[in-house]
Ligand binder design. Sequence first.
Ligand code: HAM
Length: 415
Amino acid sequence: MTQSVKGMRDLWGTELRHFQFVERMCYQIMGAHGYQEIRTPIVESTDLFSRSMGSTTDIINKEMYTFKDRSDRSLTLRPENTASVVRAIIQNKLLEGNDPLHLFYIGPMFRYERMQSGRYRQFWQIGAESIGVASPESEVENLVLLFDFLGSLGLTDLSLSINSVGFPDERASFYTAFKSFFKDREASFCPDCHRRIVDNPLRVLDCKVASCQTALTGHPEILNFLSSESRSHHEKFQKCLHGSNISFSTNPKMVRGLDYYTRTTFEVISPDLGAQCALLGGGRYDRLIQDLGGPATPAFGWALGLDRLVSLLIKKNISLPSKPRILLIPLGESMLEYALQLVRPLWTTGHSIELETRGVALKKSLATANRKGHSHAFILGEGEKAKNIITVKFLMTGEQEEWPLGEITSRLTKL
Ligand code: HAM
């Protein structure tokens, strides 16, 4: 039998219901903050990513799904969406008259990564991008949105890890100090870090090899080498976070795995997620829009891993707001047509009522309802028809009630 592609999975049942709950809350909170949805294609020209994410990053070097189309164009399944959003903004001139822009997205991303629990080759992200404002206050507005969103899902104990990586032209003196620190203990670093220190020294800081992390003890911190403007930006950012009651810690090693960041970077990790503990990440990217051919425009945003968010909700037993899910069971084929007439107006009331159309024995239908997680069964036989009622079985408790047909909608609403 043909199986799904390694690292790509089907979503259904409980997990999908959690995805849908998160997506509903996302639309609600984003709408409340005035963020508009943007949908970009899943496939983009490969050069969009090679120009935006940095030629020495793992994503560009090892993780992209790149292929040639029938006209020999190099295309790539998007590994992230910030570059695509920026391309869409430039191509559709979205900034003209709309500055600043507040955008969000939900969709699948693709990275050819080593398989691990919580790490997929097709995974889902929700992201929010604030385009056009350079201030620390606009960063905190975007993060208040994030924490309102997480709070609406019942996740109130997560905290931010923050850093600043400044602008590329501010990093020269840091690189000098960091390279000399590296040289003094180079035997302790892995071969990849020996390559990184030449190609992209910041990447040494987030090497996952334990011995490299030990060797980094006491490393020079980039923040101390930045311009006074970048440092005061960072101080103001922290002050605003305090003012908005967003808890955070500073992490001088947190430089993020993408090269477009300038100044503020951040992540939220959750120990409950296991080895793949990064729930979300983001930061400022003031050069990206210009680098991709648009006008010089500051920007800031984040993306969270929806698969990881859902696994966290399930692990923490955060239950979904439950609406009644009903199976309407006509007793025998002769009642099916009557049931169909009766249910039609109920389907317009927003309640979830599935109609049993198989004409099987009541016992079998009830077993199906229990298996599929219905909360109630509506039973409709000759007796109910004669009395203009419906028998309602509460599947959790086994209790039964008789409801007059005219009261079904009002009683359903009270459930
Ligand atoms: P990122 O850190 O590469 O940032 O990805 C964001 C989140 O996507 C991660 O924290 C993680 O939860 C999830 N994620 C990444 N790879 C996988 C995977 N293989 N399986 C499951 N989940 C995964 C970005 O993508 C930036 N575009 C974020 C951003 C938006 N920066 C500014 N604006």
